[in-house]
Design a protein around this ligand. Structure first.
Ligand SMILES: Cc1ncc(COP(=O)(O)O)c(C=O)c1O
Length: 400
């Protein structure tokens, strides 16, 4: 790993516009560097959702019943273009967890079958895997991949080493939650497909963080949030299934269109607020004014700079990067291992989080993973370098 104290010069990105934060719903009193958790909404997106709510409430039967298919198909067309899928191969769900559950609960496993994942898996997905494994006598295998990681190949090799004749499904995050790593999902899918093993990708963080072409990845299943990095209203997510794998897959809520194909089944999962789904194209359009490539590049450059800057500023307290400092394995988030000394500041990660929030108005996640404490900084276009300098100062002050 590069020694952070010997780094050359590096720069944060140029802001995409002079004043961006006022376009967002976030409270300016809080320095918000946890976009990765629930995303955040630009005002225009909340307003769009509100307009949809009003239209729905004004004419419920017309919008939700008679015009539903048309309205959904308009919204799906924009999302399909954005993530690289055909409209007939996906549907909206409320969250990535729901998409993952729909797949896991639709599949059948035999005693002794193995469901493979890695220890970076999102905990809710881990529990969903446990649930389906326990009821069928299958096993969940969780491969340990310790940090730091040096290369994508290391991740592919780790998964390759875990495949056995009993592996029936591999569940892999496109971008991991605690550790913010981009997994080389295309290579992992190729590896598994060669052995006839299906891959379920948990792409909760992918839309909006990475340039996405889901169908070309070649996997069987892809569940993704639009409410994180595409900043659609909360409760807007999608489940895509490769055409040859669709027949046995059903939403977790079986309803009127059972047996009529995945897209039809997903189009009606019982009465629910569809305003967020209808507003999703406006979230995609909001970023188009800046250009999606520029947005992703801005956020990535910021995350790369933040990783290096925090490693430099915190070199004296013994912080460790988790991925190469050139940013090659991260997107818009970076996770750093905190030194043992942080336990002097709070007894638990929550206590440390609360001190940063209460004393410095910083919203940043701290968590326990693999027997250490970690901090994850998210970078969205409303963030500025000052946000992270403030974090650097706050941690040093707490330790002083
Ligand atoms: C990798 C990963 N998977 C799944 C989820 C769950 O997302 P949701 O709560 O929207 O279902 C998250 C949320 O942070 C995540 O990071």
């Amino acid at each position: 790993m590069t020694n952070p104290t010997t780094l050359g010069s590096y720069d944060p990105p140029i802001p995409l516009a002079e004043q961006i934060s006022h376009e967002w719903m976030l409270d300016p009193a809080i320095t918000y560097i946890n976009h990765g958790c629930f995303g955040a909404r630009p005002r225009v997106v909340s307003q769009s959702q509100q307009r949809w709510r009003e239209r729905i409430e004004a004419r419920p039967i017309e919008l939700i019943d008679r015009r539903r298919d048309d309205l959904l198909s308009d919204a799906k067309a924009a999302v399909a273009r954005f993530v690289g899928v055909q409209p007939q191969d996906f549907g909206f769900v409320t969250n990535a967890t729901g998409g993952v559950n729909a797949v896991l609960q639709s599949l059948t496993f035999e005693p002794g079958d193995e469901l493979l994942t890695v220890n970076h898996v999102y905990n809710a997905v881990r529990q969903a895997m446990r649930h389906v494994a326990e009821r069928s006598g299958a096993k969940v295998i969780e491969l340990p991949i310790p940090l730091p990681v040096q290369s994508p190949q290391q991740l592919v090799d780790a998964i390759a080493a875990g495949l056995t004749d009993r592996t029936k499904l591999v569940v892999v995050d496109h971008i991991t939650s605690p550790t913010a790593l981009i997994f080389p999902v295309k290579q992992i899918i190729e590896l598994c497909e060669q052995r006839g093993i299906d891959v379920l990708v948990d792409g909760a963080h992918a839309p909006g963080m990475v340039d996405l072409d889901i169908a070309s990845l070649g996997g069987a299943y892809y569940s993704a949030n639009l409410h994180k990095w595409a900043c659609a209203p909360m409760g807007t997510a999608m489940l895509w299934v490769r055409p040859d794998k669709q027949a046995p897959i059903h939403p977790t809520t079986i309803s009127h269109f059972f047996g009529e194909g995945l897209a039809a089944e997903l189009s009606w999962q019982g009465t629910r607020d569809m305003s967020g789904w209808f507003a999703a194209p406006d979230a995609i359009a909001y970023f188009e004014q800046y250009g999606w490539d520029r947005v992703r590049e801005h956020n990535h450059q910021m995350a790369t700079w933040v990783q290096r800057m925090l490693c430099e500023r915190w070199a004296g307290i013994g912080v460790e990067p988790t991925t190469p400092l050139d940013g090659s394995m991260i997107g818009s988030m970076t996770t750093l291992r905190l030194p043992e000394r942080m336990r002097e500041v709070g007894e638990t990660p929550i206590e440390l989080h609360d001190r940063l929030y209460d004393e410095f108005a910083l919203e940043v996640p701290i968590f326990d993973w693999d027997d250490a404490w970690w901090i994850r900084a998210s970078c969205q276009i409303y963030n500025t370098p000052d946000d992270y300098e403030k974090l650097a100062d706050a941690v040093l002050k707490l330790l002083a």
